[in-house]
Ligand binder design. Sequence first.
Ligand code: ATR
Length: 273
Amino acid sequence: MDRYLVFGHPVRHSKSPFIHTLFARQTQQELEYGLAEPAVDEFAQALRTFFDQGGKGCNVTVPFKEQAFTLVDRLSPRAKRAGAVNTIKLTDDGVLLGDNTDGAGLVADLKSHGVTLADSRILLLGAGGAARGALAPLLAELPSELVIANRTHTKAQQLADEFCDLGHVTAQTYEQLAGSFDLVINSTSASLQGELPPLAPALIHTDIAIYDMMYGASDTAFISWAKQHGARQTMDGLGMLVEQAAEAFTVWRGIRPGTKQVLRELKRNLGVI
Ligand code: ATR
């Protein structure tokens, strides 16, 4: 049976095996999908061993995405832009192809929620790996402007400079932010410490769409905060998780699984519904 897995550390709580097992059942693909949690300095060896022993493909999550970028034989254009690899496929001619499906997953999930990206004014909070992965796919949707705000402003500026060939992208400090945004995407890891990005409440209005790449059994701190200040449309990163997985599954198997039912089952599994 074709073998796939996700590398991460820690990875025990990963939902990827659950999601890919449902995709495989739905599309009648014979495969198994497991977990691997190598020590942080043993990822390269673990990856090599997995493919030497017949593995067909893998996902890579925190903290290995940047290292995976350096270990594959070839990079997809979107992985090159993201500077990170979350999906690896062993091609028929024995090449390890590194791809990145995170940004495509975000855009697919936004669209599935009916969010219009073309001609919209987008605010992206954070300038780490998650923001970098999202930029090219977001700019490909031709927003009128994409503003990056980050606690460490120089990092936002670097990203804006790096991606300015793809569209109208600028960096602003949190204090500089003004005007009306159509969509705010929180890519920061602030919620992990129970913190909020320092965004002025005045930027939130009833018609704004709020997306938090994080998710949990209940509202993230950022989503609760945005709701308190009047945001009516809020979305968390669970849909992005399923959509990036669907994109990876498509890369590996050449068949695109449906995501709606799988997302529903995942929510049930997490106790969200
Ligand atoms: P990831 O790969 O998930 O993006 P990362 O590369 O460590 O993780 O980036 C985390 C991002 O969250 C950074 O943009 C970080 O801001 P700094 O660049 O200033 O460190 C942001 N972040 C983390 N905690 C935050 C907080 N409490 N408030 C605002 N931004 C925060």
